[in-house]
Design a protein around this ligand. Sequence first.
Ligand code: GLR
Length: 308
Amino acid sequence: MNRVAPTGILGFPVTPLDDQDQVDELALTHNIEFLLDSGLEAMFVACGAGEYHSLELQEYESLVEIAKSVVGDKVPLYTGVGGNITDALRKAEVSERHGVDGYLIMPPYLIHGEQEGIFQYFNTIASHTDLNAIVYHRNNAVMQLSTLERLARTPQVVGFKDGYGSMELNIEFTQTLGDRFSWLNGMPMAEVTMPAYVPLGFKSYSSAISNYIPHISRKYFDALLSNDKEMVNDIYQEVILPINRIRRQGKSYAISLIKAGMEIVGLPVNSSNVRPPVTPVTKEHYQQLEEILKKAHDKYPVDFTKSL
Ligand SMILES: O=C([O-])C(=O)C[C@H](O)[C@@H](O)C(=O)[O-]
């Protein structure tokens, strides 16, 4: 097992649902192919953006199976596990059976734990299979350094994904644990905070907007890495900030705004089809996103150039 977490722009495909609330498998295949063709460096299926919270085991398994058949060995494939720990262990087994590279361990369901409990939660799931594991640091799974240091002794744990946003903790972690982990930015619309994360050694991020404008995510990340401040600023002002202003206005826009963006650019997703408590984007926000994307495509037409 290659004990290295993926770096670069990480794709988090949504789970397309049809009008009968069934997973639209053809659409999922198409969308993953689109992300691969756009040069994303890894695929994370059935995670937050993939409506993990609402998937039953059979649906989960078919998502993993489809993703594996499309992704093959082209890029690393990760799944989401977490929530209810018993359920997470079953999903970890499914992931292993289908030969994926690893899983992202999302926070426990609802309950808050002490640091010992958070350690046990992550460690139990990470050591349950031989797959790589990335721990998702956010909400009710916020760690102190000593907890992360303990997890560093578990070989399966290859990555730390921050969705909490404490720069103090991030600096403490990266300074102390350095190369032991790959550091992933998993903040809401991670492009927004990536300029602050790159200097700390975060070499990758989960990108919601890469589901519909992957070429702009790429241009932005390349500009960040090459210190092209003008390009970073242009894309920030023209695309990232305006989309994020909409994103902040909807509690479930981490999912439904992605589906809206995909529908607007012509990908096979019905943005009204989401599962509660997620709600679709309002008409007003949908139209605002349409305008932003139109301008963005005029200024940054699609090209499939992968960074070297
Ligand atoms: O678990 C997940 O789906 C993610 O972390 C990806 C999201 O797109 C996240 O980066 C966000 O909320 O923008």
